[in-house]
Design a protein around this ligand. Sequence first.
Ligand code: AMP
Ligand code: ZN
Length: 134
Amino acid sequence: MGDCIFCKIANGEIPAATLYEDEDFRVILDLGPGSKGHSLVLPKAHYANIYEMPDELLGKAMAVAKKAAAGLVKGLEADGLNVIQNNGLTAGQTVFHFHMHLIPRYEGKEEVIGWTPGTLTDEDKEEILAKVKI
Ligand code: AMP
Ligand code: ZN
C-alpha cells in the first residue's frame, strides 16, 4: 500500500513517537489525542480493517494492546483505559489501515467516548437473532 500513512509509520519510513515495537507491530502516540497518552497499535502489514486481519495476527494485536495498556496506565497513573477499534467510515474510521486505540482515562476528566443507552426491544432482539449468523 504505497500511499498508506500507517504503513509508512509502522515500518519506520515516517517518524512517530514510538512506545513499543516488535517484529509485527508498532505502538505510537496519536497526534490528535482524546486524552493524555492516547496511543495506537499498528500492525506493520497492511490490513484495512478487522475483517481482513488474519486471526493469528489479531490475537497478537490484542496481546500487544494488553501490554501497552498496562504500561500506559502504570506510567501515566491513569484510572482506566478504553480499547477502541473502528471499522468503516460510519463507525468513525478515518485511516483505513487496521489500528487499535488505547485511550487512558482519568478520574474527573470529561468523557472522550460514550453513547446514550437505548432499550433492547423484543422486536429487535428477534430480528437480530434471526439475521445474524456467526
Ligand atoms: P480512526 O478514526 O479510528 O481511523 O483513527 C485514526 C487516528 O489516527 C486518529 O485518532 C488520528 O488522530 C490519528 N492519526 C492520524 N494521522 C496520524 C499520524 N500521522 N500520527 C499519529 N496519529 C495519527
Ligand atoms: Zn497500511
